[in-house]
Design a protein around this ligand. Structure first.
Ligand SMILES: Cc1cc2nc3c(=O)[nH]c(=O)nc-3n(C[C@H](O)[C@H](O)[C@H](O)COP(=O)(O)OP(=O)(O)OC[C@H]3O[C@@H](n4cnc5c(N)ncnc54)[C@H](O)[C@@H]3O)c2cc1C
Length: 271
């Protein structure tokens, strides 16, 4: 790890003032992605600004239409939240399936979406649910927020403060886990809002999580497993590595989509 200076402020306003006074700095949330990358020297920064004292970034609120999750809310808290379990059980399940107990006890929702690891779970939920990402610069729709691998619409010094997840009629997340890291080799989040269906895939593509338009169209036409018959994911766009080549990942996308649709139907049959 290269040397760095450690800073910390008591609230968001002071954190932004501190950030503005430093030429180069990175925010620290749970440290579950940033610190390993720094230890391996894949990332370095002269200044770390710890967000741990920004209490206003923590918490979960549910209304009739949306669930809002503060950026510093840990995965374990999302998984255990009665509000999330009642409103969007698929989101609670997603959080419960992230990494291992230590990752869930330290990693945060905001850190996950700001980092935009191509195999992270939350970006799929954000895209499929049509989440609004709240930042110190304003609101950004999920479709506009995720740009490319480890690249988001966040500007230098901009902080994610939370995300609002619209409550669907039914949803499910099917993940084929990497057996060691538990990251998604492929994860598919399906959400149904009335007849409209959104499908987002993570882990599979070289450019990070994406929406699968052909599956959305087929499922919006008729929400059933049969609608997916014959639907193929283009493997030339898929990622390939020692854990699975691109054809394998394309196949997994098709299988995980069917599983997610089945689970969605079991949780709330389509009208
Ligand atoms: C062994 C292991 C297994 C894992 N398995 C999974 C998995 O199955 N699924 C999954 O989705 N993830 C997985 N993760 C990643 C985990 O979810 C991380 O917690 C998450 O990616 C980053 O969250 P963090 O709070 O630790 O962020 P940090 O590591 O602190 O920060 C990550 C990046 O985001 C920036 N950042 C953090 N918070 C903010 C903010 N509020 N505003 C702006 N920028 C910010 C930081 O500057 C940094 O660049 C795993 C990690 C490990 C180590």
């Amino acid at each position: 790890m290269y040397p760095f200076d450690y800073h910390r402020a008591g609230n968001v306003a002071d954190t932004l003032t501190l950030r503005a006074s430093l030429a180069d700095a990175r925010f620290l949330a749970g440290g579950m992605s940033l610190l390993p990358m720094m230890k391996l020297r894949f990332a370095s920064t002269p200044n770390i600004i710890d967000l741990r004292d920004c209490e206003e970034l923590r918490g979960i609120e549910a209304s009739y239409e949306v669930v809002r999750i503060g950026a510093m809310t840990r995965h374990v808290d999302v998984a255990a939240s009665a509000d999330v379990q009642a409103a969007i059980p698929a989101l609670a399940k997603l959080a419960a399936g992230i990494g291992d107990p230590m990752v869930r006890a330290r990693g945060t929702m905001g850190g996950s979406i700001a980092n935009f690891d191509p195999a992270a779970c939350y970006p799929a939920a954000c895209l499929a649910l049509g989440a609004t990402i709240q930042t110190t610069g304003g609101d950004i729709e999920a479709d506009e927020f995720f740009i490319g691998v480890f690249e988001t619409a966040l500007k230098d010094g901009e902080l994610v403060t939370g995300a609002e997840f619209p409550i669907p009629d039914a949803a499910a997340y099917a993940k084929f886990r990497h057996p060691a890291s538990r990251f998604a080799l492929v994860g598919v989040f399906v959400a149904r809002f009335g007849e409209l269906v959104r499908v987002a895939v993570t882990g599979a593509s070289r450019s990070g999580a994406f929406r699968w338009a052909a599956a959305e169209d087929a499922l919006t036409e008729s929400f059933s497993i049969r609608s997916l018959e014959g639907l193929k994911m283009d493997h030339s766009e898929m990622n390939g590595d020692i854990h699975g080549d691109n054809e394998y990942r394309a196949h997994l996308v098709e299988v995980m989509t069917r599983r997610a649709v089945l689970e969605t139907l079991e949780s709330a049959p389509a009208a």
